[in-house]
Design a protein around this ligand. Structure first.
Ligand SMILES: *[C@@H]1O[C@H](CO)[C@@H](O)[C@H](O)[C@H]1NC(C)=O
Ligand SMILES: *[C@@H]1O[C@H](CO)[C@@H](O)[C@H](O)[C@H]1NC(C)=O
Ligand SMILES: *[C@@H]1O[C@H](CO)[C@@H](O)[C@H](O)[C@H]1NC(C)=O
Ligand SMILES: *[C@@H]1O[C@H](CO)[C@@H](O)[C@H](O)[C@H]1NC(C)=O
Ligand SMILES: *[C@@H]1O[C@H](CO)[C@@H](O)[C@H](O)[C@H]1NC(C)=O
Ligand SMILES: *[C@@H]1O[C@H](CO)[C@@H](O)[C@H](O)[C@H]1NC(C)=O
Ligand SMILES: *[C@@H]1O[C@H](CO)[C@@H](O)[C@H](O)[C@H]1NC(C)=O
Ligand SMILES: *[C@@H]1O[C@H](CO)[C@@H](O)[C@H](O)[C@H]1NC(C)=O
Ligand SMILES: *[C@@H]1O[C@H](CO)[C@@H](O)[C@H](O)[C@H]1NC(C)=O
Length: 818
């Protein structure tokens, strides 16, 4: 009893000094007490996670409204009640005592000093230090599930001490869960996400810039990496360039390691990078010598000059046996190396590394040792030479395309043979194959023609068993695409739209008219009706259903359901009372309603919507037709991206794809897409850049006229930017309400997005970051298509000359359809 009274008495004293960021000696911090770091970023105190009722001592973000715990002291020994107290002893030890005075957790510094200080730093680090800032103990050495900027993960090679992350067991229980993130020291060091003792994800070895060039893991304008590997230690750290941002990397309960940043506008954590992100990220998905590419179907192939070890199982999609060389290696015979480009370097646990060895010398080393299977220079910075040799089957290889690395794999010399016999054989085979291919293609074309004729008169969606209740509905053609989508019956829709009356018509969408309607319960809806005879529209209708039914984000328009009756196919969306962005932007009266705060809100919202499409949605999607008329606005002027008729899923393959049918809208299309049909997430970034510049200037990129030059809007902005006259880009009305530095930043980001070279354009994650923080922006290079006289615009200029502004807004696929 006495003890508790003393505690109570002490906590009263405590309350007097609670603004401090330190814990005084022998004045315990009780359950009610907290301390806050000097900059106000972090708070230390007691908390109960979820509904557990148990008490833990932890550190969390002080200014983040959703309590986000970054460190837990007693994660494996909870307090049963609120009687716990943290005592800082004269010896410099932090002890957590329960109500009966039993020590349930303590810090353990071995060194003793005169006047120790226990302080919570603004980095989120709780330290015990002496008077001159030597740390005796720090919480950063014992991470929980969160990796904060400035924290170092890795291994002290002298003592063997390791710093690693370990997930919580559940939202209610911070004790050690099954997933961890550790740096593995076997062979050449590399980080692993582990599920218990099973490898789950491997980011690849450090290559001087990032981890094996995984595109999403490269440092961005918002953060940089520091990696140290020497005799003493291996450590990895990241730092934010803008310290006002709150960021964390957390080993989540589901085994996904995620970098997220606090968004002060939406009061949410926005995920920026997550690994594993797709099936190819799962460790050893294609086993040894299998090459994983999530853009392929099936995702696993054998490396060139390799074949499945168990061909029948492999063909069935069982890759467990992996691949083997077509001609097995024989040390007595001649061997050669074949170069494989753009991959994630294989597992380096059975490897050997030496710095300062040239690639030629590296090859020589590998040739001389019979058990060496491959070699590579892991360093991509080009500043130092390095030689990495593999002594095991090569595991966990995936295709990264342009950003991947190169490896040289040992093969029997006959595989790279120069014998003329082999060549003739190959020639004959390839000729035969080509002939066969041609024949097949012919058959296919004939078949498709036949089928298309039939299809025109056939309905594309099978009707649900009962139309009243919500039912699954699926297409005839792709039976695997089953969707959870409520079905409305025709009468309901017809009634809601006043029998599709003209007065309810809102306009023409991608594949038919759009009507406004009101359901019986008063909910307003927008109904897209597929015109009966449009064959083109059917494709896009299907596309839209497949994509949008699976997407959910506050910046994407929401699909409420569908309706199929005989030849009628309709989609029902939430109604957007404020129409679309172009309705405001290009109207002399209405544009005055869009002041800078609204514009900024809209730009940020669109950016987040696209980021979701590119990175965080279940399907990863390239929209391909971003433009103001496809950005709808709700009552609160929240932007919502719509029209997924031309979207393509790319399943985590950063390289994008090619198409022969270029769809999209001139003026918003990136050069590589319009000219070569190459589309990627970066083509959406280009369109976004055009959108931003149009929002700021209230002028259309296409059809832009200037007395002094022949450039389009992009060219015009580029010229002004170079001459330091950025404010002249901004629409005069908008200039009044704007924050000068903010709009200038937006113009700058817009120009970065429309750069000629897709590689130069930032990712959407970087764009969101650049817009919402003060990170230093790189200088933009010349935009793509900045001259009004480029080939593409020329080719289509006839349609603009008629002065029909709406022509600009038509998507090309619709033009094709005529
Ligand atoms: C805190 O620790 C010191 C030194 O071990 C001890 O003398 C003191 O009684 C402790 N205070 C409480 C409230 O337990
Ligand atoms: C303190 O911990 C001891 C040992 O775990 C336990 O027996 C005791 O009940 C705990 N006291 C309180 C108040 O939780
Ligand atoms: C401190 O305690 C941790 C466990 O909490 C242990 O792993 C570590 O080895 C200890 N360090 C020292 C120096 O005793
Ligand atoms: C983790 O491993 C366990 C078996 O050890 C397995 O049941 C579970 O599905 C794995 N979890 C993930 C996310 O892979
Ligand atoms: C990373 O960024 C921080 C903050 O801007 C800076 O202090 C540090 O020097 C940078 N580190 C490297 C390796 O560039
Ligand atoms: C979030 O915004 C509010 C109001 O604008 C501001 O007071 C607060 O400091 C901001 N918080 C962060 C974490 O930036
Ligand atoms: C996959 O193939 C291996 C043999 O190659 C076999 O042992 C295993 O049972 C197969 N797994 C499945 C799920 O069929
Ligand atoms: C080949 O390399 C392995 C691993 O480094 C080593 O154990 C072995 O002795 C080497 N063999 C020869 C012949 O050098
Ligand atoms: C093939 O032989 C030709 C000459 O016969 C030689 O120039 C060429 O380098 C050889 N190619 C390879 C891959 O060995």
């Amino acid at each position: 009893m006495k003890g508790i009274n003393i505690l109570f008495f002490l906590s009263s004293i405590w309350a007097l000094s609670s603004s401090l960021d330190t814990i005084p000696v022998n004045q315990p911090l009780t359950d009610r007490g907290t301390i806050i770091s000097s900059g106000g970023k972090f708070k230390l105190g007691f908390f109960s996670p979820g509904t557990s009722g148990k008490r833990y001592l932890g550190i969390w973000f002080n200014k983040v409204t959703v309590q986000t715990v970054v460190w837990v002291a007693n994660r494996d020994s909870p307090l049963k009640d609120t009687s716990g107290a943290l005592n800082f002893t004269r010896q410099g030890i932090l002890t957590l005592l329960n109500g009966s005075g039993r020590v349930i957790w303590s810090s353990n510094s071995t060194r003793r000093v005169q006047n120790p200080v226990a302080q919570l730093l603004d980095s989120g680090n709780l330290v015990v230090r002496d008077a001159i800032e030597n740390y005796l103990w720090q919480s950063f050495d014992y991470p929980s599930d969160t990796f904060l900027p400035g924290m170092k993960l890795g291994v002290d090679l002298n003592t063997g001490f390791r710093r690693f992350l370990m997930s919580w067991k559940s939202t209610n229980d911070p004790s050690k869960g099954e997933f961890s993130w550790v740096i593995d020291l076997h062979g050449f060091p590399q980080p692993f996400v582990m599920n218990g003792s099973i490898e789950r994800y491997r980011s690849g070895p450090w290559n001087g810039r990032g981890f094996s060039n995984a595109p999403s893991l490269l440092p961005s304008p918002g953060y940089n990496y520091t990696y140290v590997s020497d005799q003493e230690k291996i450590s990895f750290m990241y730092q934010l360039t803008d310290s006002s941002i709150f960021a964390r990397v957390a080993m989540q309960l589901n085994g996904v390691l995620q970098l997220s940043m606090w968004n002060n506008q939406t009061q949410n954590w926005d995920g920026f990078v997550s690994v594993p992100a797709d099936n190819c990220d799962i460790y050893g998905q294609c086993q040894s010598y299998g090459l994983c590419n999530s853009g392929n179907s099936p995702i696993c192939r054998c490396l060139d000059k390799f074949e499945p070890k168990d061909p029948t199982e492999w063909a069935r999609g069982n890759w467990s046996k992996g691949c083997v060389r077509k001609t097995s290696l024989n040390c007595q015979k001649e061997v050669k190396f074949s170069k494989y480009l753009g991959i994630k370097l294989p597992d380096t646990r059975f490897s050997w590394y030496s710095r300062g060895v040239t690639l030629n010398a590296c090859e020589e080393l590998c040739l001389r040792n019979c058990s060496c299977m491959a070699y590579a220079n892991p360093d991509v910075t080009g500043t130092n030479e390095g030689c990495l040799l593999w002594f095991s089957e090569l595991m966990d290889i995936r295709q990264f395309g342009g950003s991947g690395q190169d490896i040289y794999i040992k093969l029997d010399s006959s595989e790279l043979g120069n014998s003329s016999r082999g060549k003739v054989k190959k020639l004959v085979i390839s000729l035969l194959l080509a002939a066969l291919g041609l024949l097949l293609a012919l058959c296919l074309i004939l078949y498709l023609r036949q089928k298309k004729k039939k299809d025109r008169n056939q309905q594309h969606f099978s009707k649900g068993r009962g139309t009243r209740s919500p039912e699954m509905f699926c297409t005839n053609e792709s039976k695997d695409e089953e969707l959870d989508l409520p079905l409305f019956d025709f009468e309901t829709i017809s009634h809601a739209t006043n029998n599709f009356s003209l007065s309810n018509k809102l306009g023409e969408g991608g594949f038919g008219p759009v009507y406004k309607g009101m359901l019986k319960d008063g909910q307003e809806i927008a109904v897209k009706r597929l015109s009966r005879y449009s064959a083109q529209g059917t494709e896009e209708f299907k596309n839209e259903v497949i994509f949008i039914a699976k997407l959910q984000h506050r910046n994407l328009v929401k699909l409420l359901g569908g309706c199929i009756q005989a030849e009628e196919k309709m989609l029902v969306y939430e109604y957007m009372p404020n129409n679309s962005l172009d309705w405001f932007l290009f109207d002399t009266n209405r544009r005055s309603l869009l002041d800078w705060p609204k514009c900024s809100h809209i730009i940020n919202g669109i950016a987040r919507g696209i980021l979701y499409l590119h990175q965080d949605s279940r399907l990863r999607i390239i929209h391909r037709d971003l433009k103001p008329s496809n950005v709808l606005l709700d009552t609160h002027m929240n932007p919502k991206i719509s029209d997924f008729g031309m979207a393509r899923s790319f399943r985590g393959n950063e390289t994008g794809a090619m198409t022969i049918r270029v769809v999209g809208t001139y003026g918003y299309m990136s050069p590589e897409y319009a000219a070569e049909g190459k589309f990627s997430v970066k083509s959406d970034v280009f369109s976004f850049g055009v959108l931003v510049l149009e929002i700021l200037s209230r002028k259309r990129n296409r059809g832009f006229l200037h007395p002094d030059h022949n450039h389009n809007l992009l060219g015009h902005v580029w010229i002004l930017f170079k001459e330091g006259r950025v404010m002249e880009v901004i629409d005069t009305q908008l200039r009044e309400s704007c924050d000068q530095s903010e709009v200038q930043r937006s113009v700058h980001v817009g120009l970065l997005c429309v750069q000629q070279c897709p590689e130069d354009r930032p990712s959407m994650a970087s764009v969101v970051l650049m817009l919402s923080s003060d990170v230093v922006l790189p200088l933009p290079k010349e935009p793509g298509f900045f001259s009004g006289r480029s080939r593409i615009t020329e080719a289509d200029s006839s349609s603009t000359k008629h002065g029909e502004t709406s022509v600009n807004e038509l998507s090309i696929s619709q033009l094709d359809a005529r």
